[in-house]
Design a protein around this ligand. Structure first.
Ligand SMILES: [Zn+2]
Length: 561
């Protein structure tokens, strides 16, 4: 691959180390940056990325490898912009930078990045690299004449804030989309990720924080001690809140999964976002009062909610009209602000899977599925020891696995979904309307031998078996745990479901799949919320911490590498 400008930077096929320190770091001086650069080159780096003319000059004096110069400066919107002027670029080049990188994101372009890119190339005769966050930005920069595109800003712009880690697939897409070299930068923490970047077609890779920020590296090790200390404390108590479309369960739960208090209150489901947040605040306040009375201190808050949730930001990404106004709410941030405690949040079905892992039947399992049968049908899956959330937090929509072409209408707007055939309404339908008024009655009668009720449970089990077969064939779990109101005291359902699976799942006899009802009981939702809090404290789930800056804008202000 060739760079277009007159003076090629010779950076292809090379490891570039970004040597930057934040204000407040003991390394925030040019001499330290020069030493970092020297050490990086000794270790095999063949390029350096550095911020500001002073650092570039100091680094240039001690290493001979090419330097990508950037100039971070705060703009009138209060956020940092990378190399906002031709003058800044000129100072970088005079100091010894052989390449200049500029912010070519949508925001950067608003500040005239593409125009500046051409001017820097023309007037300073150096290659210009474009720091971008999306494919569209990369294409625009490449078409303008950027000499390379860098994935630096991915995860640091409002449009890409859902990206929390390195994405080799994005690098591959960039390589497809532009005809200039692609350099992988941002969120690269390990040698394995460097290999993945190269395999995806990156022509060079820039690593920063993982090499040149000792305080962040140390924090990762220190965190292991925090987790260890917490896990040794058997008296740890958390607050769990499970907010559903009808009721909210809340209470105090200790690290053994013992409920120290539990209450159930109606959810003000149709009163909008503000009322829902206030409601949660009251639930926490009640728990704290109970805790105070007993001389306990709750360490964290766990929230399980209907809807799809981004556990990193704490936002409800999408909720149905069961909770109007809930989409876009950030209950985790709200509660953190109100109580100053770490708050961890999960989708309620995911939370039940976490509860099974922490307190229930799946303590020793690495691969299991927990399916919940109630008003809706939901699920949570652990794959290879970790909770499966999916890239956009929409995973495990087990209720919407299609099982009947053009079948019964579903709450999702489609038809023929598992949910429409395996929820409470379906069970009532199967039991002949009028004969029974509640699912509990049907379940009790079925298990006592009533043929109509048993027939209804068997019909539900047949459809459930169809849906679960798809899940089992896909994930090959070791356990299938059935939870929710319909699984309560319903041995017949488990027997009937197991039979159905035996008929449908491929190589059933080799799987030894354990099918069972949850042992967590009526308060499973509360235990799920508490487990999410515990998992947050243990670092296994993202906790929206009281003290850290996970808010994307704050990250942007701190600056990408
Ligand atoms: Zn559906």
């Amino acid at each position: 691959m060739k760079f277009r400008s007159k003076r090629p930077a010779n950076l292809c096929g090379k490891l570039i180390v970004s040597c930057q320190a934040l204000d407040g770091s003991p390394f925030r001086n040019s001499e330290s940056m020069a030493r970092f650069a020297q050490a990086a080159v000794q270790g095999g780096a063949e390029g350096i990325r550095a911020n500001g003319a002073e650092d570039v000059r100091a680094i240039k004096q001690v290493v001979e490898v090419p330097i990508i110069g950037i100039w971070k400066a705060e703009q009138d919107d209060g956020k940092i912009l990378i190399t906002p002027s031709v003058e800044a670029a000129q100072k970088l080049v005079e100091a010894g930078a052989s390449v200049v990188a500029i912010d070519c994101t949508a925001r950067g372009q608003k500040y005239g990045a593409l125009d500046r890119l051409r001017r820097i190339q023309r007037e300073l005769e150096v290659p210009v690299f474009a720091d971008i966050a999306t494919l569209e930005e990369a294409v625009q920069a490449a078409q303008t004449g950027a000499d390379a595109v860098l994935s630096t800003m991915r995860g640091y712009t409002p449009e890409t804030q859902h990206v929390q880690g390195f994405e080799p697939s994005f690098i591959a897409q960039l390589v497809e989309a532009v005809d200039v070299p692609v350099i992988a930068e941002g969120h690269i923490q390990t040698a394995a990720e460097v290999r993945a970047a190269l395999a995806a077609g990156a022509c060079a890779v820039i690593v920063g924080t993982a090499i040149t920020r000792p305080e962040i590296i140390t924090r990762q090790f220190a965190a292991a001690f925090d987790e260890w200390r917490r896990s040794r404390n058997p008296h740890r108590t958390v607050i769990g809140i499970d907010i559903g479309g009808t009721n909210t369960k809340s209470g105090l739960v200790n690290s053994r999964g013992e409920m120290l208090s539990h209450v159930i209150t109606p959810t003000p489901w149709n009163e909008g976002r503000a009322a829902l947040l206030k409601h949660l605040e009251r639930c926490v306040a009640v728990c704290q009062e109970v805790a105070r009375d007993r001389g306990i201190e709750a360490e964290a808050i766990g929230l399980a909610t209907a809807g799809w949730v981004d556990p990193n930001s704490g936002e409800v990404v999408y909720a149905t009209e069961n909770l109007p106004g809930w989409t876009g709410a950030n209950p985790a941030a709200y509660l953190r602000e109100a109580f100053g405690l770490p708050v961890a949040i999960e989708n309620d079905a995911n939370a039940l899977a976490v509860a099974e892992k922490y307190f229930g039947a799946a303590k020793n399992a690495t691969d299991f599925v927990c399916i919940t049968l109630g008003t809706g049908v939901g699920g949570g899956c652990y794959i290879a020891g970790g909770l499966n959330r999916g890239r956009h937090f929409f995973a495990n929509a087990l209720g919407h696995i299609p099982i009947v072409p053009d079948g019964a209408p579903c709450t999702c707007g489609k038809s023929g979904c598992l949910e429409a055939y395996a929820n409470a309404a379906a069970l009532l339908r199967y039991a002949a309307p009028g004969k029974f008024t509640a699912c509990e009655e049907i379940v009790a009668a079925a298990n006592a031998g009533n043929p109509t009720a048993a027939g209804a449970v068997n019909t539900l089990a047949k459809y459930l078996g169809m849906g679960c077969t798809a899940i089992i064939d896909l994930l090959d779990p070791e356990m299938l745990i059935v939870a929710g109101g319909l699984a309560q005291d319903n041995a017949l359902l488990i027997r009937s479901l197991t039979q159905e699976l035996g008929k449908r799942v491929t190589v059933w006899h080799k799987r030894h799949l354990q099918v069972q009802a949850t042992t967590l009981g009526y308060w499973a939702g509360l235990l799920g919320a508490a487990a999410v809090a515990s998992a947050g404290v243990d670092g296994e789930c993202a906790a929206v911490e009281a003290s850290t800056t996970r808010v994307p804008d704050a990250t942007l202000a701190v600056g990408p590498r």
